[in-house]
Design a protein around this ligand. Structure first.
Ligand code: NAG
Ligand code: NAG
Length: 434
């Protein structure tokens, strides 16, 4: 998952493909004239710059396109046309998408570049159909542009449902309407050994695949991720048995900040753990959220730019959060059991189950300068400073990533600015959240 820096050459290539498509699409109308393409293709992440030029016939024109491309857009295009396009681009391009441009000539040439934005990550651009009446498998009708458009995908027998009950045993079905055009079976939960995971006392697997521990401090707040469009804080709880030189800590809560919004996902402090009681706190812009346990078992909202979805992935204490174009996050609330208490010598005081979070992040869009305890490990060319080959490689950075409060995005190395006025009071402490 380590991201690689896109080379100038491929940037120019992507930009020129875009320009060529624009150029060709204006060809018929203007004969041998000039076309001006102004590609301003802003979107979040996936599947922009999709030019579906449909046409039949006669493209014998020469198009000259001048484009200023400033955008996200990867074309994977299969084109087939007789036009010649000349493009000059000043572009910054970067993104993904699948374009099947069959420009055979007579381009009505709109370049189907509609508002993609928030709804339309290609992979999840589908509608849900009734299940197959014979097998009971759920089915999807793909709306995404590209080769999967209009296809019906059906869940395999081993995972017939998107949202199965008893997710510890049963995998859920995922449809992918991008060029993969397939359904797959996956457990709907955090994988504590996967990239971007934070579990246990907190053990991280970085975006570079390197494992490390970051202890922070009990009662402290630290920036896990701080980037242009996204900031994530963690609140640490813990204990320090007598005679120890440091705290044992766990992540109790996450504050995810984007645009002017803040989503809090937290473990409630409970004395005695019960699997059948929700110890999960969800708050959006200061309001408590109740996510249904039946039916679709989800809560959703839309911002100016994004769709935010929170869905239960088990009856209690387990959710998946999706913020389109930014982030997916699988999270589970879990206690410290007797066995862990004993084998690790935590020596936990009675009367607190130390409910905490097991989390796995998947980031859709990080900049090359992303910061934060976890975020930094996603930078291109990142070299981990932790010692290799020791049982508990330690990551420092407490001084650079500590924030003055749980809902504050300021720290020495933080980069997040957010949009306008935040909707929550940054002075609010986590105790007030509970
Ligand atoms: C291309 O053709 C298909 C099928 O004829 C149609 O649904 C689609 O809207 C067309 N796209 C454009 C950009 O004209
Ligand atoms: C944790 O273990 C210690 C001793 O090993 C024990 O005294 C304490 O009660 C245990 N705490 C919990 C919460 O089980």
């Amino acid at each position: 998952m380590a991201r690689s820096k896109r080379s100038l050459a491929s940037t120019l290539l992507a930009a020129s493909i875009f320009i060529l498509l624009v150029g060709a699409s204006f060809a018929k109308e203007e004969g041998n004239g000039k076309g001006n393409g102004d590609g301003n293709d802003k979107g979040d992440g996936n599947d922009n710059g999709n030019d579906n030029g449909n046409g039949s016939g006669n493209d014998i024109g020469n198009g000259n396109g001048n484009g200023n491309g400033n955008g996200n857009g990867n074309g994977n295009g299969n084109r087939n046309d007789k036009g010649n396009g000349n493009g000059n681009s000043n572009g910054n391009g970067n993104g993904n998408g699948n374009g099947n441009g069959k420009g055979n000539g007579d381009n009505k040439g709109k370049g189907n570049d509609k508002d993609k934005g928030k709804h339309d990550a290609a992979s999840t651009n589908y509608v849900i159909l009734d299940p197959n009446p014979v097998t009971g498998s759920e089915r999807f009708f793909c709306l995404a542009r590209g080769s999967c458009h209009g296809k019906t995908l059906e869940c395999p027998a081993e995972c017939a449902l998107r949202k199965p009950k008893r997710n510890k045993k049963n995998k859920g079905c995922f449809a992918d309407c991008s060029s993969r055009c397939e359904t797959t079976c996956k457990f709907r939960r955090a994988n504590c050994n996967g990239f971007g995971s934070i579990c246990y006392d907190p053990r991280f697997i970085g975006g570079d695949g390197t494992m490390f521990y970051f202890h922070g401090a009990r009662g402290g707040d630290f920036a896990l991720v701080s980037d242009d469009d996204l900031h994530i804080n963690a609140h640490f709880i813990g204990t320090r048995p007598q005679g120890r030189t440091r705290d044992f800590t766990w992540v109790q809560a996450l504050a995810v900040m984007f645009e002017s919004h803040t989503l809090v996902v937290a473990a409630k402090r409970v004395a005695i753990w019960d699997d059948n009681v929700d110890a999960l706190i969800l708050r959006y812009d200061g309001e408590d959220l109740a996510v249904a346990t039946d039916g679709e078992a989800e809560w959703r909202t839309e911002t100016n730019e994004r769709v935010v979805v929170i869905e239960r992935t088990d009856d209690f204490n387990s959710v998946k959060v999706t913020i389109s174009g930014l982030l997916e996050l699988d999270v589970k609330v879990t206690p410290i059991g007797d066995k862990e208490n004993r084998t690790h010598g935590y020596n936990l005081p009675d009367g607190d189950a130390f409910a905490h979070l097991e989390t796995q992040f998947k980031f859709t869009k990080l900049s090359d300068e992303v910061e934060g305890v976890l975020g930094q490990t996603y930078r291109p060319g990142y070299v981990s400073p932790v010692k290799k080959g020791v049982p508990m490689p330690m990551m420092g950075g407490e001084d650079r990533y500590r924030t003055p409060a749980f809902l504050s995005a300021s720290c020495v190395s933080c980069r997040f600015k957010g949009d306008g006025v935040r909707m929550v009071d940054e002075g609010v402490s986590l105790d007030a959240v509970q």
